[in-house]
Design a protein. Sequence first.
Lengths: 112, 112
Amino acid sequence: MHSPELLKGTLQTILLKVLKDHGKMYGYEITQRVKELSDGRILLTEGALYPSLHKLEADGHLKTETVMMGKRVRKYYSLTTEGKSQVKERVTEFVEFIRTMGNVLQVEISRQ
Amino acid sequence: MHSPELLKGTLQTILLKVLKDHGKMYGYEITQRVKELSDGRILLTEGALYPSLHKLEADGHLKTETVMMGKRVRKYYSLTTEGKSQVKERVTEFVEFIRTMGNVLQVEISRQ
DNA sequence: CTTATATGCATAATTCACTTATGTATAGGT
DNA sequence: ACCTATACATAAGTGAATTATGCATATAAG
């Protein structure tokens, strides 16, 4: 598990990008997908996830669709047009930040 | 300038690594060095810097030496033995975090 | 049959690293 | 005189997270 400190500020970027890559998803499904993609290193907690999804929706980046699965409620989230352009911005910003950090910390960063 | 959100959680790592690479330094000098290394993209504010240095000192990672430069006070910071091992841990942790984020965001990260 | 685990959403209280603002003081340029 | 740079420090406020709690269905285990 990664130090939660480092994760701060990256949650919205993760949510937007995962929704871009995997389309319509519901909250719990996102936590499982992120867990999988991160090899169990990033475990999203509900207390962080749901308020963050709500905020992205309130900001117009996401839209929702509530579906009844038998007696269970599922709330699907997907990107709005505005949200799609946000994904690019956020990911670009993150990559640039990492490059800067690479220079400051004098470390080589590459995929394993 | 990078979004300050992303910087959260990386400040102590930056301070420790810069002190490792450049030896004994004082607060203001660190801000200038980081500004330089980041091409002006990371501007440490005093309100973040000093409390963070104090905390690293309280935690035993840094030791200090106060020097009078004429009538001006300068407080030099350097790594303790314990601090040196911390640097490695923190930098390794950061690099691993970046790798994980690369997988989750599906982006290629490399030095430009 | 009741207990634990997984699925699924949500919000309130709290924490904590930061930002913003302020304070003190010396030095040098215009 | 005034502005900028140098140099430290702390207090108030913000905001995104953690932690804790609540509600509810489904399923497997013992």
